[in-house]
Design a binder for this molecule. Structure first.
Ligand code: AMP
Ligand code: MN
Ligand code: MN
Ligand code: MN
Length: 296
């Protein structure tokens, strides 16, 4: 089987990335990506631009999004791939999911001011590309600029996360709702970066079994935040639960993201890639307008 350079997870400045959808497409092309999906958090506003830019460069495209979900008091991310970006129920669900972000951001700023970090709401807003989508990442970028921490990873180690200043608990979408919005829009639902969650074994089992019961079909095995051990572990999970496997960098920004677009290990050959089940949903480039450099 031909090993496809598929990158099915990344973010533009329509959510918390720093590049435009067009610049991401150009970067994906330069890195030899053959099948791409832009998966902005809780938002589809970049989809048409990403698709058009990808097809013009000769890259096949799958419409995508990454939905914020609350499951057993933790935030879990569910990726939808191959969705119809005009689906009314999906659009309404995403609008409701991102609805509380401004209020949450104001509370985060108030908490940070209490520990001596002022003006973070205004500061974060200067990094926001989409006023509907102010995220912790924008706070982190401003706090680096303000000299509070040396890089965004250290912001998340010391602030904005559970148990640290500036963390504001938030109720995101329900797991079953997110999966149904994706499936109803013709897509496949995928559990994003499972190694990042802090569930007990029983809670993780509940996540996977409930996800499947609601119609979820995939899990991210190879992704920017997974170690080799995580890949091995979740390849096994995919086989145990009969799930399709996905591959995506979770690229956000040059210099900030650990993983470059398309620069990931291949999926283990024992797994069924999620794109096999989505062949009918891929927007195909008519014929490469420019040839991609050979992937290394
Ligand atoms: P939000 O949706 O506002 O809660 O922000 C979540 C985003 O913050 C994620 O999508 C990541 O881009 C970023 N993030 C969360 N935790 C970390 C972390 N530990 N290190 C770096 N980025 C993180
Ligand atoms: Mn993000
Ligand atoms: Mn995520
Ligand atoms: Mn992501």
């Amino acid at each position: 089987m031909h090993l496809m350079n598929a990158d099915l997870h990344c973010h533009s400045n329509v959510s918390d990335g720093t590049l435009t959808p067009e610049a991401l497409a150009t970067r994906a092309h330069a890195q030899g990506v053959e099948l791409w999906s832009l998966t902005d958090h809780d938002e589809l506003a970049g989809q048409q631009r990403a698709r058009e830019a990808a097809l013009a460069l000769g890259i096949d495209y799958l419409a995508g999004t990454e939905i914020s979900v609350t499951f057993i008091n933790q935030t879990v991310h569910i990726i939808g791939l191959g969705i119809n970006p005009q689906d009314a129920a999906l659009l309404a669900g995403l609008a409701a999911t991102r609805g509380g972000r401004r209020e949450r951001a104001l509370q985060m700023a108030a908490e940070l001011a209490r520990v001596g970090v002022p003006d973070t709401f205004e500061g974060a807003l200067r990094y926001v590309g989409n006023p509907d989508l102010i995220s912790r990442t924008h706070f982190a970028r401003y706090m680096v600029e303000a000299g509070v921490c040396s890089d965004t990873h250290s912001v998340f180690r010391n602030y904005l996360t559970q148990g640290n200043p500036g963390y504001v608990p938030h109720q995101w979408a329900r797991l079953g709702d997110a999966v149904r919005w994706i499936v109803g829009a013709g897509g496949v639902a995928v559990i994003a970066h499972p190694a990042r969650y802090r569930f007990s074994a029983n809670e993780e089992y509940a996540l996977f079994t409930e996800f499947i019961a609601h119609g979820g079909r995939g899990v991210e095995v190879v992704t920017g935040s997974h170690s080799l051990n995580d890949q091995i572990r979740y390849a096994q999970t995919a086989l145990e639960f009969g799930l399709l496997a996905s591959r995506g960098s979770d690229f956000h920004s040059p210099g900030e993201s650990r993983t470059e677009l398309g620069k990931l290990p291949d999926l283990p050959g024992t797994l069924t890639p999620v794109w096999q089940a989505l062949a009918h949903r891929v927007q195909r480039a008519a014929g490469a307008a420019a040839s991609a450099p050979a992937s290394t």
